[in-house]
Ligand binder design. Structure first.
Ligand code: SME
Length: 152
């Protein structure tokens, strides 16, 4: 959504400087403040067996504090271990709604040693705001976290 590659590259540099040691809340805040179509930004972390537990986030509180693998967009991303981009949530049957304002969602799983350890979840109030540049940028953040940070 009007964000070109150079803008994402600049954000990678700024993020590396401002959010040291993989501070997850700092990353959420940075993304929420700098990308106008990222309207809820949070991490879910795998807790026990096949359950996602809400971690640091910025945006409206959500009732979905625990999500089983397979449930909703988050649970499906965890189950398949693949990025899940939904450009229009009204068309997704297996969806857990947090707020009627949300129109689209992107989830990037954090995969370590072949297992999902968490995920980065972003909701948008816009239809079809995400493209491959968002996926590349968010994937870069998740790769960094998996390699450099001891998340769990
Ligand atoms: N919409 C998600 C639930 C989490 S909220 O977006 C914060 C889903 O369908 O899994």
């Amino acid at each position: 959504m009007n964000f070109d590659k150079s803008k994402f590259e600049k954000m990678k540099e700024e993020l590396s400087k401002s959010c040291k040691n993989g501070d997850l809340l700092c990353i959420c805040r940075y993304l929420y403040d700098n990308v106008p179509y990222y309207n809820w930004v949070g991490f879910y972390l795998v807790d026990g067996s096949r359950t996602l537990k809400l971690g640091p986030y910025v945006g409206e509180p959500t009732i979905h504090t625990r999500i089983a693998f397979g449930e909703g967009i988050c649970g499906q991303a965890a189950e398949t271990m693949k990025n899940f981009v939904v450009q229009d949530v009204s068309k997704e049957q297996n969806y857990l709604s947090c707020s009627p304002s949300v129109k689209s969602e992107i989830v990037i799983p954090l995969i370590k040693h072949g297992k999902v350890i968490g995920e980065l979840d972003i909701d948008s109030h816009y239809l079809s705001p995400f493209d491959k540049k968002d996926e590349e940028f968010l994937g870069w953040i998740c790769d960094y976290l998996v390699k450099e940070v001891n998340i769990n």
